[in-house]
Ligand binder design. Sequence first.
Ligand SMILES: NC(=O)c1ccc[n+]([C@@H]2O[C@H](COP(=O)([O-])OP(=O)(O)OC[C@H]3O[C@@H](n4cnc5c(N)ncnc54)[C@H](O)[C@@H]3O)[C@@H](O)[C@H]2O)c1
Length: 352
Amino acid sequence: MSELKVGLIGNGSISESHLQAYLSNPKAELVAVCDLKEDRARETAAKYNIPHVYTDYRELLANPEVQAVSICTWNNSHAEISIAALQAGKDVLCEKPLCKTVEEALRIEQAVRETGKLLQVGYVRRHASNIAVLKKFIDAGDLGEIYFAKASLVRRLGNPGGWFADKERSGGGPLIDIGVHVIDLCWYLMGKPKVKSVSGNTYNKLGNRSHIENYDFYKAADYDASFNTVEDMANALIRFENGASLLVDVSFSLHARQNSAQINIYGDKGGAEIEPALAIVTERHNTIINIDPQISSPGFEFQGSFDREINHFVDSCLGLHETNCPVEDGVEMIKILNAIYESAATGREIQF
Ligand SMILES: NC(=O)c1ccc[n+]([C@@H]2O[C@H](COP(=O)([O-])OP(=O)(O)OC[C@H]3O[C@@H](n4cnc5c(N)ncnc54)[C@H](O)[C@@H]3O)[C@@H](O)[C@H]2O)c1
C-alpha cells in the first residue's frame, strides 16, 4: 500500500525523471497524468500503468485520490497550476523556475500560506549527493564565512528552441533556464544571505546559431529555428547585505571553445569546487591542502539527484520533515532573476 498518491502535470522531457523517481519510491504511487497532448499522456499511462489520464489540469486536480502533484509544464503556467493545486488541497513539487514574475511568485507564496499546503521548488541540484557531502563541511564551519561564489554554465551551441526560445512561455533564456540552478545553489550554500543589489547584462548577439552545421545539440520536441525571443547569454554580479558577492555567467550561444560548467565557493577558511567535480581547498600547518573527497558521484548525477529530490518531497508530504526547498526560496530567486533582467534592460544596478 502506497502512502502518497501522486499526479503528474506536464508530460514532456523532464517528466520522465520525475516518473522514474516516483516509480522507484515505495511510498509513492502514480495515479494520474495530464498533458495538453493527449497521446503523450496516454502513452505514459499505458507504459507505467497509471489509471487516470487528463488533458486539462483542472480535471486532474478535481480527482480526490490525488494528494500531491509534480508540475513539469512550461514556465508560464507554473503559477496558475501551483495556485490551483494548493487550493484543491494538493501538495506541490513545482519545477524550476517557480514562475516568471515577482507578482506571480508572491501570489503562489500567499496560496501556500492560506492553504497550509506544501510547495517544494524543483531545485534538483541541491539534492545532488556531492552537495550533501559539501554541506556537512560547510555546516561544520570548515569553509568559514563564505564571501564569494562564482558560477558559470556555458553552452556554445545549446538553445533548445521550442517554448524555451519563446520569452512569453519561458520568461527568458539561459538566465532563467539554467542560471536559476547555479544562482540558487550558490545562494543556498552561502547560507541564503539577503540580497543588497543586482547588476546584470544580457546579450542577443548570436541568436540560436541554427546555421551551424555538423554539430549536434539538444533540441526541444517542437524546435523551430525561425523563432527565438530570448537572450543568448547573461552575466550578473549579485551583492549581499553581509558583504558577500556572487558572479555568474550563463549562455545558450557563445563563441566559447567548449561547453563548460564551473561552480566555486570561497570562504575565509576554505573553498570548494562543485562542478565539474567536488573538491575542497583549505590550509593546514602553513600548507595549502587540496582535498579530493572519495565519493561515488563527485559531480552532478542527473537521475540520482531527481530520485533524492522526489524522495525528499514525498517524505515532506508525509510530514516526516520540512522541505529544504520552500516556496520562499523560489520567490527570492524570481526577485533576483527579474532584477538581473531589469538591470540589463535599464543599464542600472537594482537595489533591493
Ligand atoms: N530540473 C531540471 O534540471 C529541469 C530540466 C529541464 C526542464 N526543467 C523544467 O521543467 C519544465 C518542463 O520542461 P521540459 O524540458 O520537460 O519541457 P517539454 O516541452 O519537454 O515538456 C513540457 C510539457 O508540458 C506540457 N504542457 C505545457 N503546458 C501545459 C498545461 N497547461 N497543462 C498540461 N500540460 C502542459 C507540454 O505539452 C509538454 O508536453 C520547465 O519548467 C523547465 O524549466 C527542469
